[in-house]
Design a protein around this ligand. Structure first.
Ligand SMILES: Cc1cc2nc3c(=O)[nH]c(=O)nc-3n(C[C@H](O)[C@H](O)[C@H](O)COP(=O)(O)O)c2cc1C
Ligand SMILES: Nc1ncnc2c1ncn2[C@@H]1O[C@H](COP(=O)(O)OP(=O)(O)OP(=O)(O)O)[C@@H](O)[C@H]1O
Length: 152
């Protein structure tokens, strides 16, 4: 496990990595990122590339604009665009101590841990089980509401 230290005090820092599309930011995203941040000291976020999203509609907002919005959040220490070919590339660059999966992300925590281990990288993968249930706490829900309103 990699050890990070605070520059002036030398205190050990735990680096947490969160990931997602973050199209049309909403309070569910803030809930997920806040819970992820509680797992450590520094929060890194990988923004999914439009080209890599296949299991749901492509985001409305461009990669660069989604990156700008997430980067500007107070709780986020660093956000960066994901890889367009291999999701393991940015992970190996960031070298997190913990990866925080969202409550509905289609990844298996143990399998991801094994895949990282087979690449010679030790990292804990945990799932944030809690979610925020509100009528507009999902990018898809926001799009649906906009369509309902303007298709009339
Ligand atoms: C550890 C991890 C690393 C990821 N790295 C990338 C990446 O480099 N590029 C990318 O486009 N998506 C990456 N993804 C996938 C997206 O973050 C996202 O999970 C996916 O596009 C679908 O969004 P959803 O799971 O929030 O529905 C990664 C996911 C995880 C869990
Ligand atoms: N309501 C919510 N409560 C808690 N976590 C959430 C909520 N909505 C999204 N997340 C988490 O935020 C991260 C990014 O979500 P993402 O932008 O990819 O999807 P989404 O907002 O659920 O939109 P979509 O409707 O397109 O699936 C994911 O890890 C997801 O689990």
């Amino acid at each position: 496990m990699l050890v990070y230290r605070r520059q002036h005090t030398g205190d050990v820092l735990v680096r947490v990595l969160a990931t997602g599309t973050f199209d049309l930011l909403h309070p569910g995203h803030i809930h997920y990122l806040s819970e992820a941040k509680k797992l450590g000291d520094e929060l890194y976020v990988i923004i999914a590339r439009e080209s890599m999203i296949r299991h749901k509609p492509k985001p409305i907002i461009t990669d660069e604009q989604r990156l700008e919005m997430v980067s500007s959040l107070k709780i986020v220490d660093k956000a960066l665009l994901g890889s367009e070919s291999d999701i393991f590339d940015p992970i190996m660059q960031i070298k997190p101590n913990i990866i925080a999966l969202g409550y509905d992300q289609l990844f298996d925590a143990r399998q991801l841990e094994k895949q990282l281990h087979s690449r010679g990288f030790d990292c804990k993968v945990v799932r944030i089980e809690s979610s925020l249930n509100c009528s507009l706490c999902g990018s898809g829900k926001i799009v649906k509401k906009v369509l309902e309103r303007y298709q009339k």
